[in-house]
Design a protein around this ligand. Structure first.
Ligand code: HEM
Length: 455
């Protein structure tokens, strides 16, 4: 069995990451997949990203484990073989798999994430045609680079700025302009806050969750109006492409559904701010990386972006429902069981990543990662399964902005930079305060051709 829990919290250096409260001791399920006795939902809620590692330590099989969550039988999976199993629609479906609190905040009701079969392929094509077009990706990155450069003098004029908040505003400006969504400058801060709250509030039952629901309502109403308008006088913008998309029945999507999907382009693009903030954390913790990154070598910048996506905790796992009675790794997967692919666990599995808790962008120089090895945004083929269509955008934006961050003249004031693995989504507690003193030199944004998500 492979233990992947580090001796100390890898992100903070504190040892708290190793003190996992074993809320329920389930005993070891045998190879028969015997029904575990107790529900582990509280364990998951309390331990966040540390829950799976604790379970793997006690599992008989390194790639599949058995538990119960929300009263349902569940299996956890990891490893490239598990990725292939998980993304085979003959094994796992999505319909009915995503809990309402996640649909009501993060994805939206009726979103592509919840579809299967031909309906999924049809809807997915709309995302892929925009997001896998290198010219579109390049245009978005150029706008983000420019928005960053324009913002820097303002940062230098203030005593301190929060990197997370400022990056979210930079990307909000860029993605709205790029997608043809009009946004007045005065509305940027509130819109950026609403967009990030959708991500911040999906995995909690507290006030963050209710803020996310209210933000979704506001954003969907706003974008529904724009979809309706685009159907009357659209141009060739991304907004227009979403507005004119037709389903398998040949009809336009209901306006609110189209707004949900437009938001599924805008919202995750702004979520790249989480990784830019992690970039700030990494450059502070391993300052010698800064010179190389700031040198503008695009291949290195993409390797750095890959390592950020591998090392730091963001999406914890993805889930579906077993379509039929089957087996994986010699163990039973019962029909109707919840199936969870452990993203964070696979990205720290020492069988795939030697010394997995060492931050080392060099591991991605030369050959990029294998398709089903690095899975921060899901695995498999994005055209046939649910793998994220936004990896090129993520890598390109991240490389573009990380180079600029490395070139920025700033100091890091005293603050709490610890990252709790119990909070989903994770973030440095202070969200990265910077004291900016100078402006960055403008960088080329032509990263797109280097930014392949896998080889
Ligand atoms: C911030 C970085 C991002 C992370 C960590 C991330 C992560 C993920 C994950 C884990 C999935 C689910 C995969 C699955 O269900 O198997 C997903 C799906 C998706 N992502 Fe991303 N993503 C990111 C950025 C983006 C961007 C930039 C876009 C669009 C511009 C995007 C659009 C989508 C869409 C539309 C889906 C649904 C795909 C489907 O169900 O077929 N994501 N993403």
């Amino acid at each position: 069995m492979t233990a992947i829990v580090p001796a100390a919290d890898p992100h903070t250096g504190s040892r708290s990451g190793n003190r996992l409260p074993r809320v329920f001791l389930l005993g070891r399920p045998g190879h028969t997949g015997r029904m575990p006795l107790l529900d582990d939902s509280l364990g998951l809620a309390a331990q966040g990203y540390s829950w799976f590692p604790g379970r793997w330590r006690r599992a008989a099989n390194p790639d599949i484990l058995h538990t119960r969550l929300m009263g349902k039988r569940a299996v956890g999976l990891r490893g490239p073989g598990a990725v292939r199993f998980f993304y085979d629609e003959a094994n796992v479906r999505r319909h009915g798999a995503i809990p309402e609190p996640v649909r009501g905040t993060l994805f939206g009701h009726g979103a592509v994430h919840t579809l299967d079969g031909i309906d999924h392929r049809n809807r997915k094509l709309m995302f892929l045609s925009v997001l896998k077009d290198p010219r579109q990706v390049g245009r978005l990155a150029e706008r983000a680079g420019r928005a960053w450069d324009d913002a820097v003098p303002g940062w230098a004029a203030r005593p301190e700025v929060v990197l997370f908040d400022e990056t979210a505003q930079v990307i909000t400006r860029a993605v709205c302009d790029w997608s043809g969504v009009p946004l007045a400058e005065a509305d940027v801060p509130r819109t950026a806050a609403d967009l990030t709250s959708l991500v911040d509030g999906f995995a909690t039952a507290g006030p963050r969750h209710w803020r996310a629901r209210r933000a979704r309502g506001r954003l969907e109403r706003w974008l529904t109006g724009l979809i309706e308008q685009a159907r009357l006088d659209g141009d060739d913008s991304v907004l227009d492409q979403v507005a004119r998309h037709t389903g398998t029945d040949g009809r336009l999507l209901p306006p609110r559904r189209a707004a949900v999907e437009l938001l599924n382009i805008i919202r995750p693009t702004v979520a790249v701010s989480w990784f830019v903030t992690f970039a700030g954390h990494a450059l502070h913790r391993w300052p010698w990386l800064r010179e190389r990154l700031g040198g503008g070598d695009l291949e290195y910048a993409v390797a750095f972006a890959h390592e950020l996506r591998r090392f730091y905790p963001f999406a914890p796992f993805v889930g579906g429902v077993a379509v039929r009675e089957t087996t994986f790794g010699g163990e039973r997967v019962p029909k109707g069981a919840m199936v969870l692919l452990d993203i964070y666990g696979q990205n720290h599995d020492e069988r795939l990543w030697p010394d997995p808790y060492r931050f080392d962008p060099d591991r991605f120089l030369g050959a990029g990662p294998g398709r089903d090895e690095l899975i921060p945004q899901g695995g498999g083929d994005p055209r046939t399964g649910h793998r994220c269509p936004g990896e090129d955008v993520t890598l390109t934006l991240l490389a573009t902005l990380a180079i600029r961050l490395a070139r920025l003249d700033y100091a890091v004031p005293e603050q709490d930079l610890s990252i709790s693995l119990r909070r989903i989504p994770a973030q440095p507690r202070s969200r990265m305060l910077l004291r900016v003193s100078g402006s960055a030199t403008a960088q080329p944004a032509r990263v797109a051709e280097h930014a392949a998500p896998y080889r």
